[in-house]
Design a protein around this ligand. Structure first.
Ligand SMILES: CCCCC/C=C/C(=O)SCCNC(=O)CCNC(=O)[C@H](O)C(C)(C)COP(=O)(O)OP(=O)(O)OC[C@H]1O[C@@H](n2cnc3c(N)ncnc32)[C@H](O)[C@@H]1OP(=O)(O)O
Ligand SMILES: NC(=O)C1=CN([C@@H]2O[C@H](COP(=O)(O)OP(=O)(O)OC[C@H]3O[C@@H](n4cnc5c(N)ncnc54)[C@H](OP(=O)(O)O)[C@@H]3O)[C@@H](O)[C@H]2O)C=CC1
Length: 279
């Protein structure tokens, strides 16, 4: 695999990273970037066939373990596999997650719980299972993937609430782990071009890029660069932070100018100046 476009050769040489949900989309891109930076990488997910195919494309330094992060035994088995393969663990990327698109009032209790169990519960279980290995390595980095916009993503209430929980968990855990030299950072992804978007209703999907001021979806490698930065020597200074890479989606909805603010051929009107003061 060739080197990183952004980071120095060998940035993460000798480090071992575990990426949940690493068989697809953003997790796959993250695994590839960590490998380019010199780390050994274990990817995890439930589908062994998907993981196996991804490892074949990632090449040397990559391995996989199939398992489910939603149970204590599943999370522990994933971590144990990574540690037994490489003898240590330095970087945990809690990337596995997701939800389904549904108005808030349509969310069944079972569905609400399923989304929380995956996103918040799975993240917590993976952190708890990994901490002994991270301490044994003398410190490390945990990156918890959440999402932007933080100002609300209607249709994803269960996940917005769960991801807010992950960000709270990130902040508090970070404070408790400074003495162990373990950084805990949330990486809030905006709207990224992954195959996962294909499952959303066509009208939702079609409007997704238009809602981003940058006027395009993020590229998976852009997210991966943020994750690699979190594992870099900057990691402790970033600990407790929520880093958002979203083409300004957090700040505004849509491109400039919004149609509702234009006149004529699409010009944005400028306000009249106040007349100069008279004495
Ligand atoms: C387009 C704009 C989006 C931009 C932002 C993008 C954000 C992203 O995150 S993209 C990545 C998306 N990837 C995923 O979502 C993958 C992971 N997701 C899942 O695995 C499921 O959505 C899950 C979180 C619900 C977990 O599934 P699981 O635990 O396997 O749960 P079940 O399938 O057994 O369902 C339990 C329960 O949940 C309700 N439910 C699930 N899916 C739906 C649905 N599509 N519609 C309505 N309700 C659903 C339902 O109550 C299920 O119970 P049963 O009906 O008894 O099966
Ligand atoms: N794409 C986007 O625009 C955005 C994505 N995100 C978040 O980024 C992360 C990756 O998204 P993306 O790559 O697009 O989506 P994917 O659906 O491709 O990624 C989800 C991954 O998580 C794995 N996974 C799901 N449930 C479990 C489980 N219980 N145990 C272990 N692994 C599991 C899946 O593998 P398997 O099914 O084999 O278990 C899959 O590889 C997710 O947390 C997503 O919510 C956030 C904001 C925007």
């Amino acid at each position: 695999m060739s080197g990183s476009e952004v980071f120095a050769d060998g940035l993460l040489a000798g480090r071992v990273a575990l990426v949940t949900g690493g068989g697809t989309g953003l997790g796959r891109a993250t695994a590839a970037e960590l490998l380019r930076c010199g780390a050994s990488v274990v990817i995890a997910g439930r589908r062994a066939d998907v993981l196996e195919a991804t490892v074949a494309t990632l090449g040397e330094g990559a391995g996989y373990v199939a398992g489910d992060i939603r149970t204590e035994a599943g999370a522990q088995a994933i971590v144990d596999d990574a540690v037994s393969r490489h003898g240590r663990l330095d970087i945990l990327v809690n990337n596995a997650g997701g939800q389904y698109f549904v108005p808030a009032e349509g969310i069944e209790l079972k569905g609400w719980r399923a989304v929380w169990r995956l996103n918040l519960g799975g993240t917590r279980r993976m952190c708890e299972a990994s901490l002994p290995a991270l301490r044994a390595a003398g410190g490390g980095t945990i990156v918890n993937v959440t999402f932007s916009p933080h100002n609300g993503l209607p249709g994803m209430t269960h996940s917005g609430a769960a991801r807010a929980g992950v960000e709270g968990y990130t902040r508090e855990l970070a404070a408790e782990l400074f003495d162990d030299d373990i950084a805990v950072i949330a990486a809030a992804a905006g709207h990224f071009d992954t195959d996962a978007l294909d499952k959303y209703p066509p009208t939702v999907r079609a409007q997704t890029a238009g809602g981003v001021p940058m006027q395009r979806l993020g590229r998976p490698e852009e997210h991966a660069w943020m994750v690699a930065l979190c594992a870099s020597p900057l990691r402790m200074a970033l600990s407790g932070a929520v880093l958002t890479v979203d083409g300004a989606r957090d700040n505004f909805y849509g491109g400039w100018p919004p149609a509702a603010l234009t006149v004529g051929e699409g010009e944005v009107p400028t306000e009249e100046r106040r007349p100069p003061a008279t004495r």
